[in-house]
Design a protein around this ligand. Sequence first.
Ligand SMILES: *Cc1c(COP(=O)(O)O)cnc(C)c1O
Length: 433
Amino acid sequence: MSKQRLQANEQGHLVLGGVDATRLAQEYGTPLVVYDVAAIRRQIQEFRAAFTRSGLRYQISYASKAFATVAMYQVIDEEGLHADVVSGGELYTALQAGFPVRDLSFHGNNKSLAELEMAVENHVGVIVLDNFHEIELLKRVLVDRNASCDVMLRVTPGITAHTHRYTQTGQVDSKFGFDVDSGQATRALQKVLAIPQMNVIGLHAHIGSQIFDVTGFDLLVKKLMTISAQWRDRLGFTPRILNLGGGFGIAYTATDDPLTPADFIQPIAARLRQLADRYQLPLPEVWIEPGRAIVGPAGYNLYTVGSRKDIPDLTTYLSVDGGMGDNIRPALYQAKYAAVLANKMNEPTHETVHLTGKYCESGDILIDQLALSRNEPGDLIAVLDTGAYGYSMASNYNRNPRPAVVFVEDGQAKVVVRRETYADLVRLDVRYE
Ligand SMILES: *Cc1c(COP(=O)(O)O)cnc(C)c1O
């Protein structure tokens, strides 16, 4: 989100979903995580519109690890999307939300026996097989229950996305999926085709995250269509669905220049049509799994300004009442963010500070260089675009309670996750005696 798109009222206060951010801070306290629900819905509509124009059959599956709570699954359901889950806990949350279980895909590189049992017993729509161990486990679960299920094979296409090493997943040297080039993927397919309880509906690949160009997806489509043609010729099998994963980048700072959904989907559709024609393959249905692109720009972390340390002739540390416990990304992989002084939106820039958290780690710096107007303790900071992998990675480090989460839409605010209390922090602790 560019700062220019932010709204302020006459008092110079940031307005989110029609609600004054200072009112949110007063009512619900800080640190506070706020989602502008209309922004989530708009982004989903953009993906839909791009697919509609492309003429492809498609499915959009929200990668819920980006932000998974009961209310979020409800919104995704209202919008008619599918969702990905990667753990028993995400599956449980989706079930609690009443999310249609047929519309769930279950991912993960080390699903446990208990998780696979839970998925099968609840009739999860698709299990995305990642490795040979899992094929055996799932087979056992299905045979024991006299059940069957739809599966996809996750393949590692040998494509390196141009992004941070920790968010690359498609290169040969990856912990995820069956490697294509060494023949592993073909062996896995042969194995699964011989198991009558498993119905292979498609192939899955995910090349990485925070991707800003279409090259990686283009290479991926070429690879998947090539192996589809090979498998048809050698094994008589053609995948009906190609799941291209997620990774659509968003703008965290002014230097990020993301593509729109149409910028990705148009060239993908063109390439698919060309290759379907060349290899005489049916045009596959395309699934994508955006996480960050759906929730990232819709999220804001609100903090109250506290102490400051001015080091003469050197720098200033300005501290807020949250930090790496509610947003680990800057400490984990040097993620960059923009922020504004949410109660003084119209004042000129006065200084540049290190915006730092309250946690006992020198690396707990939310923004390394933040230009701010004149400020004092009690002012409100809004860090922008925090909706993806922020709250979902939150921790209780230093025994700080995790913040509340509020959804704002049409001038209304609703708490969708309550703030943790100190009592919550010791809820699972057991006295040693
Ligand atoms: C994390 C992940 C996604 C979502 O990635 P984003 O960058 O949030 O879009 C999609 N698919 C799989 C398999 C993932 O692991």
